[in-house]
Design a protein around this ligand. Structure first.
Ligand code: KMH
Ligand code: ZN
Length: 276
């Protein structure tokens, strides 16, 4: 059992600044959040960016500026979202890789996403995976439903391991349309992960009120944690999240209680097979 890899997902593509004023949407806000979350114990930042009006964008110039600013100001592993918003076209989602992050997300299938559909055709998934292999970008395989772990097994069987040879998945639980954010669902995923290559690691995040059950289940099953305002905007009943730092601090507290303290970004790079 290792320490705990903590990922912060500070912004996402779903909440608006008007509805969630504490959401970091400008580059300055993102960098300030990143520095504070790193100081608390985060090792990875999962990044979605916004335009001047606070709307989700995959603008290439902004993506590059964001990667550069986060690299300059922190040692965090910068993981760009290739998922974007449900409305983003495939070509722009593939072009996210051109911004040269160390990591990028790679979702393992199509899933209903509230009233929308998060589309991830097999051919698109293969394209993302193989382009990441070619460019030396380490994927985080995003899993919204149990069967997507079987899709990942098929992907690795047909197209080979990611760069570095280590497989890391993130269970995104409790999306309306995906698997529930429960201990039972997490244990089912943890069992299926045993069929993936030796040493595969996983983190988990529970959307909304499933954040705490998922966090506790993941820690007890040997998993890692993702937290942040992409997934959770209510800290407790009737209490909006004040900042991403509040969520990271809570995750660090749980990890310490589990006697699996947060790993540093350098330790996380070793764990995930990312070159220093
Ligand atoms: N915003 C969701 C539609 C990812 O970042 O790779 C997709 C998502 C997954 O957040
Ligand atoms: Zn995301």
């Amino acid at each position: 059992m290792t320490g705990t890899l903590i990922t912060v997902a500070p912004t996402g593509a779903e909440s608006s600044k008007a509805a969630v004023p504490a959401l970091p949407v400008t580059l300055d806000e993102l960098v300030a959040t990143a520095k504070e979350c790193e100081a608390l114990g985060a090792a990875i930042i999962h990044v979605h960016i916004r335009d001047d009006d606070g709307r989700p964008t995959l603008d290439q110039g902004r993506l590059r500026a964001t990667v550069a600013a986060l690299r300059q100001s922190t040692d965090l592993i910068v993981q760009l979202s290739s998922g974007g918003a449900v409305t983003d076209p495939e070509d722009q989602r593939l072009a996210v890789l051109d911004a040269g992050p160390e990591m990028a997300s790679c979702t393992m299938g199509t899933v209903n996403f509230g009233d929308d559909v998060f589309l991830n055709r097999w051919a698109f998934v293969v394209d993302l995976h193989t382009r990441m292999q070619e460019r030396g970008i380490v994927p985080e395989y995003e899993i919204f439903d149990l069967g997507q772990l079987t899709t990942l097994q098929r992907l690795l069987g047909k197209h080979g391991l990611p760069v570095g040879g280590h497989v890391h998945v993130d269970l995104v639980m409790g999306v309306p349309g995906g698997m529930p954010g429960t201990a039972e669902a997490l244990v089912a995923c943890a069992s299926a992960i045993r069929d993936l290559p030796e040493g595969t690691t996983f983190s988990a995040t529970g959307i909304g009120r499933s954040t705490i059950p998922v966090m506790l289940a993941s820690l007890s099953a040997g998993g890692h944690l993702r937290v942040g305002m992409e997934d959770t905007v209510t800290y407790a009943k009737g209490r909006p999240v004040e900042s991403n730092m509040q969520l990271v601090a809570r995750a660090v507290g749980f990890a310490q209680l589990a006697q699996r303290p947060p790993v540093t970004p350098a330790e996380a790079r070793r764990l995930l097979g990312i070159p220093a």
